[in-house]
Design a binder for this molecule. Structure first.
Ligand code: UTP
Length: 404
């Protein structure tokens, strides 16, 4: 075994991996060493960067009423941008969906009861409404992970892209980071491999750069990218009114937000931090912030983000050199134990390291908070039952007239 590798592992307090390597045959050792060398082990060194937060202030939203008054005008501006080929969409579908506990990519989940209707299909149907209205395709970039890329592509192929134009769809694979157990130890995912997990949804633009997607963006002269999560089945993608509102505002980014259901709702709230747009997590808010109200009675920190953002491409390019903060998420992660048996835990057992798309908002000069009606646009599928689940999403689809 390479002395350098074992030394480095020892330095990082990963002696169990050195011991495991020693138990392997010479060829297997070589393979595993080169696998280890391909990993970004800086997460073990740096750990999670505890972020120093700045001074929070409310950021006021363009409300449903403001939007209603300007709907036609905003929509026309948005449609023009789409027709001019200036708008692309990025579907974040590299997550592991561990809370849902579905064995396949989350988008393959059948949300239809009486008919075949999949999460991916709901999203494409929503996008098709826009492309029909505009009379132009919106280039769609789909971020997958090493684990789910092949199945996702095959699913789209099998279903003829649900009526979308396959010439306008690109898949790209995000990067992985090692996972660690509660003691900070690397875990095995097989005899010769270390367990890794997708590096979070914040790396989407960097991954687009690494995988050559930005060349497509540049060659097509795409100026705006609408990035969104796979799990919201009511998601409006490349929404012309939203795009138009951001363009008309002169701001360089926009975020769809929903008014909080109650002051203590556990959502990240769009606000200002040291004068820049930012998202404050519910657990970072003081009671004073949670309950603060404006003269008209609305909560000052009222608008929760729903992972649907619009970014200007030229401004995104500047973010490529910035290291986003790493967050630790406690998840159910399968691993190989010391006896060589694969264990699939029933409960969260280990940490994965993630960058988050919301941290990219902070890198923008400004951001339009654009209010949407949650009963019309927000039906996330996170869990099997209960809050933000298959059940609640199905009810909301029905409420919006979607046959399931
Ligand atoms: P979540 O934060 O809900 O994570 O992702 P998840 O991995 O899908 O699900 P859980 O937490 O294990 O149950 C929000 C969005 O970000 C995408 C997801 O696919 C989803 O659209 N995502 C998340 C990525 O694309 N890559 C990641 O590494 C993580």
């Amino acid at each position: 075994m390479k002395h350098k590798t074992s030394e480095m592992l020892n330095m990082l307090h990963q002696e169990h991996i050195v011991a495991h390597l020693k138990s392997l045959s010479h060829d297997d050792q070589l393979r595993m060493v080169s696998h280890i060398e391909s990993l970004d082990l800086s997460v073990l060194n740096d750990g999670v960067m505890e972020e120093e937060r700045g001074k929070f202030e409310p950021l006021y939203a363009t409300t449903l009423d403001d939007i209603a008054r300007n709907r036609d005008h905003f929509t026309e501006t948005g449609l023009e941008a789409i027709r001019a080929g200036k708008v692309g969409a990025v579907l974040l579908a590299g997550g592991q969906g561990s809370r849902l506990g579905f064995e396949h990519p989350k988008g393959m989940y059948r949300i239809g009861i009486d008919r075949e209707l999949y999460i991916f299909e709901c999203l494409i149907n929503n996008l098709l409404e826009v492309t029909k209205q505009a009379g132009a395709w919106v280039p769609l970039f789909i971020m997958t992970s090493v684990d789910n890329n092949r199945e996702t592509r095959e699913f789209f192929e099998k279903h003829d892209y649900f009526g979308y134009s396959d010439d306008n769809v690109w898949f790209f694979v995000q990067e992985q980071l090692p996972t660690v157990d509660t003691e900070g130890k690397l875990m095995l995912s097989g005899k010769g491999t270390i367990s890794t997990a997708p590096n979070g949804n914040g790396g989407w633009y960097a991954s687009m750069a690494k995988t050559g997607m930005l060349r497509i963006v540049q060659n097509a002269h795409i100026e705006w990218l609408n990035v969104f999560a796979v799990d919201n089945v009511l998601q409006r993608i490349a929404d012309p009114c939203f795009i138009g509102a951001v363009i008309e505002s002169g701001k360089v980014s926009g975020a769809k937000v929903v008014a909080k259901a109650d002051p203590n709702e556990k959502v990240g709230v769009l606000c200002l931090e040291d004068g820049r747009p930012s998202i404050v997590e519910y657990y970072e808010m003081t009671d004073e912030m949670i309950n603060r109200r404006e003269p008209d009675g609305t909560l000052s920190y009222n608008y929760g983000v729903i992972l649907n953002y619009l970014f200007r491409v030229d401004k995104l390019n500047r973010t490529l050199s910035v290291k986003l903060p790493l967050h630790r998420a406690f998840k159910k992660i399968s691993y190989m134990n010391a006896n060589g048996e694969m264990i699939s835990p029933e409960e969260p057992n280990a940490y994965k390291f993630e960058t988050l798309a919301l941290d990219m908002v902070k890198l923008q000069d400004d951001c339009l908070a654009y209010e949407v009606d949650r009963s019309r646009e927000f039906a996330p599928v996170k869990n099997k039952t209960g809050v933000d689940s298959v059940d609640t999403a199905r009810e909301l689809l029905k409420f919006n007239g979607v046959e399931i």
